[in-house]
Structures are given as C-alpha cells and as structure tokens.
Write a protein that binds this ligand. Structure first.
Ligand SMILES: [Ca+2]
Length: 220
C-alpha cells in the first residue's frame, strides 16, 4: 500500500513537472519550395525568364479545397495561373471562414531552380496544406500541392518530400511558354498538364518539390 502511494505521488510529481516545464505544444512546420525546372529536365524551348510566381495556399480542414482537378477554375485560380497575381485567390481563401486556419503567402522563386522557405503552424482541426504557384512564363499552367494531409492516421508527419504536380487551369489556350494567348471559350476543366513543351521522355518530371519538416515549440 505504501509502495503504491509512493508510486502515485511520484507519477503526480512527474506529470506536474512536465506540464510546468514544457507547457503547451505548438506544431510548427518549415516548408521549402525547391524548384526543379531547368533546361536539362525540360529542354524543349526552355524560356530565358523562367520563374515561379508567389507561392500561395492555405492550412485547412477536409471540407474545403483550393481547387479541384476536373472542375472549372475559380477566378482566383484563373488569374493566378495566367498572371501570377494572387489577390483574388487570397480573397477566395478568406471566404472559407473557419475551415481555413492560415493563409500561406510565400514569395515566388526567381528562377526555375530557386528554393523558397517559410514556416507555419497547424492545429488538430486543420491538418491539410494546399499550395499553388504559376509556372512562368506560360499560358495558364501552375504547380500545386493539393489537399495534403500532414496528420494521416493520427500522427503528424515528421519530414517528407513531395513532388508538386503541374496543372493546366483550362482558361487559356497555348502549348508554348507564352503569356499572350486566346481565352478558352468555354473554359475547360482543370487537368494535369499534358503539353510537349515540358515533357521529357514522355513524362513530366516534377517542376518543383515541397519539403515539409515538423518541429515543436513549447509554450509556458
Ligand atoms: Ca490551357
């Protein structure tokens, strides 16, 4: 009985110590956007002014999406993919209310192989990340990480490298690296990009990767 009491008091002491010492946990991720778009991986007509527009997205739950493959692009996705301007896309993200925890606003990559870093926090109600960035110059092409769950099976991912997929927004014609093209009328659904311009050996090599790494901050 006495032993049980001592064990009980010891456990209570350790538990209270841990709380006092470490406090609440904040889950933070560092994110690296790593460009992989160059004239070796994608040699056909490679442009001299290659870059990625501001990288924009959100931390959210499973009730909302930044975009859906097979659906018509929103105005925000259309303008982002055609010009790189994300003003309307950011206002669309805000319209999701409490389904979105954070809006991500990263700078663009100055060349196709630049790296851009950022960090963000998450919570148990908002475990998904979505990101887009225009492939520039292009008609309406963008790279994306769409609806990626950072806490599958109840555990936060420690570190992961994910290839971004390339999409055609379906809003502008053209198969070359060019800003000036006719509009698609009517608009076509968003599809995975399938043009000769950035194909290599019959497959599209990733134009960029996202690296996500978790760390924990303790608040007293
Ligand atoms: Ca297009």
């Amino acid at each position: 009985m006495r032993h049980l009491l001592i064990i009980g008091i010891t456990l209570l002491y350790l538990t209270s110590c841990k709380k006092e010492e470490f406090g609440n946990e904040d889950i933070i991720y560092t994110i690296s956007f790593v460009g992989n778009w160059n004239n070796i991986n994608h040699p056909l007509n490679y442009p001299s002014d290659d870059h990625f527009s501001p990288i924009t997205g959100m931390i959210h739950n499973d009730k909302v999406s930044l975009f859906k493959k097979g659906s018509i692009a929103s105005s925000g996705i259309e303008i982002m993919s055609e010009s790189g301007n994300t003003t309307i896309l950011i206002s669309e993200i805000a319209q999701n209310g409490n389904n979105v925890f954070k809006t991500i606003k990263m700078s663009g990559a100055n060349t196709g192989i630049d790296t851009v870093k950022y960090q963000f926090d998450v919570n148990d109600s908002h475990t998904y990340i979505s990101l887009v960035s225009m492939i520039a110059p292009s008609p309406d092409w963008f790279v994306a990480l769409n609806n990626y769950n950072l806490k599958p099976n109840g555990e936060w991912i420690q570190k992961v490298t994910i290839p971004m997929l390339a999409y055609d927004a379906g809003t502008e014609e053209g198969i070359e690296y060019s800003y000036s093209n006719d509009d698609e009328i009517p608009k076509l659904p968003i599809t995975l990009l399938d043009v000769p311009t950035i194909k290599n050996e019959n497959s599209i090599k990733p134009l960029a990767y996202i690296i996500l790494e978790k760390y924990i901050v303790y608040n007293n």
